[in-house]
Design a protein around this ligand. Structure first.
Ligand SMILES: N[C@@H](CCC(=O)N[C@@H](CS)C(=O)NCC(=O)O)C(=O)O
Length: 196
């Protein structure tokens, strides 16, 4: 989602191939054997395999509202989200695949990042201050995933500043626009223009 949001915001046109993870097309694995999405193939054939790098690729071409600001995509909060929070989130989301510990145990480890985020959002509505920036967009899709794992837990364990921030970003026109459903792409199907 963060890669799609950066592409749509920058107004860079790409050809979209919607992958169903349970049915990965051979073309995906040929381009990027690690088999995770998103993957972006640039016009010169360069393969970009990390969503943060796709964001960087899009924003370096056009950044009309200065999302990159001073710290860009190497902001310590983004790094902490990707390197520390995301691995716990994945274990929390797919706790059945990681039976060594309980779902609640994985969640409690992920929570340290939420506390830090909540504290940061005490002083300003967005991570960079009064306006949305790259850190908000890079981080909020993962917080949305975290909340959605167990909404009843999320609703009774308030991180009030994070909750308000999350609602605002989920309600944004940009997020709604990229959440559109696309048909699954299979080898040899036509690509779809993105953004429409
Ligand atoms: N580091 C990657 C992680 C992306 C990631 O975890 N993608 C998930 C889908 S949201 C995936 O492709 N999982 C592969 C699978 O479930 O087979 C990035 O941010 O680009």
């Amino acid at each position: 989602m963060r890669a799609r949001m950066a592409i749509a915001y920058a107004g860079v046109r790409v050809r979209l191939r919607e992958v169903v993870l349970k049915d990965k097309p051979p073309a995906l694995l040929e381009a990027s054997p690690k088999g995770t999405v998103p993957v972006l193939i640039d016009v010169d054939g360069a393969v970009i395999e990390e969503s943060r790098d796709v964001m960087r690729w899009a924003l370096s071409q056009n950044d009309p509202e200065n999302w990159l600001g001073a710290s860009g995509l190497d902001d310590p909060l983004i790094l902490s989200c990707d390197d520390e929070f995301k691995p716990w989130l994945d274990r929390y989301k797919y706790a059945v695949r990681f039976p060594e510990q309980s779902e609640a145990w994985y969640r409690s480890h992920a929570e340290s990042f939420l506390s830090a985020l909540d504290q940061k959002l005490e002083c300003a509505p967005f991570l960079g201050g009064s306006r949305v920036n790259a850190a908000d967009i890079a981080i909020f899709p993962f917080i949305r995933q975290f909340a959605n794992v167990d909404l009843s837990w999320w609703n009774t364990h308030p991180y009030p500043n994070v909750a308000t921030w999350l609602q605002q970003l989920i309600g944004s026109d940009l997020f709604k626009a990229v959440m559109k459903k696309y048909p699954q792409w299979r080898d040899h199907d036509e690509d779809i223009a993105f953004p429409l």
